[in-house]
Design a protein around this ligand. Structure first.
Ligand code: HEM
Length: 229
């Protein structure tokens, strides 16, 4: 099946309210990759109940179940391909860039290595270390964090329009005091605590087109981490 057809089927099966969870799921399936050890990464193992039970994956069960429903409709598409494309569709239906990811990821349901994903209490150094382990630059770290334009920092939305993909996350980061109805984590604030990260925050806050272009590029890289065909 080609990418466009696959996207159309996924679009017909999901609702906008599913978008934040699906985008986060795509990160949690790929962000366990270690470049040096060449393990972890896209596999579909994030749908294992054992992986979903980890603290780092709290809140992702419904999104994983949605992907398994897609799998029933699309048995010939691998689970990691469904996750990668569903994350791209999530961005697109919320008004973000259209992203075409390559297909052909192999399924592997062995649990991914634990404790590799970033934590909400991570500071700039820890975040940079964890993203570098995946093979990512400071720019990839900042631009992918822009996914927090969608959804919630637990009980409060990150931005005023939690289902619109925009550069509002970066605009909000520039505000020292976030309005009380919005939320963010220490790891979000960390992007403004190191000049090598802050420079990208400033660029994306000023230029949404640039954010969309760079997000697209880094999302493709993200969904290729540990790609085995
Ligand atoms: C930079 C390091 C990151 C940290 C520490 C982090 C941490 C978190 C945490 C703690 C939540 C709240 C989850 C909950 O409801 O309990 C969250 C939500 C979310 N994250 Fe991240 N995240 C990071 C990067 C990313 C990336 C790279 C993506 C995707 C490209 C992403 C996508 C999302 C989305 C869309 C949500 C909202 C989910 C929802 O409302 O259901 N995050 N993140």
């Amino acid at each position: 099946m080609d990418n466009k057809k696959l996207k159309d089927v996924i679009k017909s099966c999901i609702e906008k309210k599913n978008a934040p969870g699906l985008l986060r799921l795509a990160f949690h399936d790929s962000g366990t990759f270690c470049k040096k050890e060449n393990n972890g990464g896209v596999s579909g193992s994030i749908t294992n109940l054992s992986e979903l039970a980890r603290d780092e994956n709290d809140g992702l069960k419904n999104s994983a179940e949605l992907v398994m429903k897609l799998k029933e409709k699309l048995p010939d598409v691998s689970v990691p391909d469904l996750i990668a494309v569903a994350g791209a569709v999530a961005v697109e239906i919320c008004g973000g860039p259209a992203i075409e990811v390559q297909l052909g990821r192999k399924e592997c349901f062995k649990d991914a290595p634990e404790s590799r994903l970033p934590d909400e209490n991570d500071g700039p150094k820890e975040l940079q270390h964890k993203f570098a382990r995946m093979g990512f630059s400071a720019k990839d770290l900042v631009v992918l964090s822009g996914a927090h334009t969608l959804g919630d920092a637990r009980d409060k939305a990150f931005t005023d329009d939690r289902l619109t993909f925009s550069n509002s996350y970066f605009k909000n980061l520039a505000k020292k005091d976030l309005p009380a109805h919005l939320g963010r984590f220490k790891s979000d604030e960390a992007l403004t605590e190191d000049s090598s990260l802050q420079k990208y925050v400033d660029q994306y806050a000023a230029d949404e087109e640039l954010f969309f272009r760079d997000f697209k590029e880094s999302y493709i890289k993200m969904t290729n981490l540990g790609f085995k065909s």
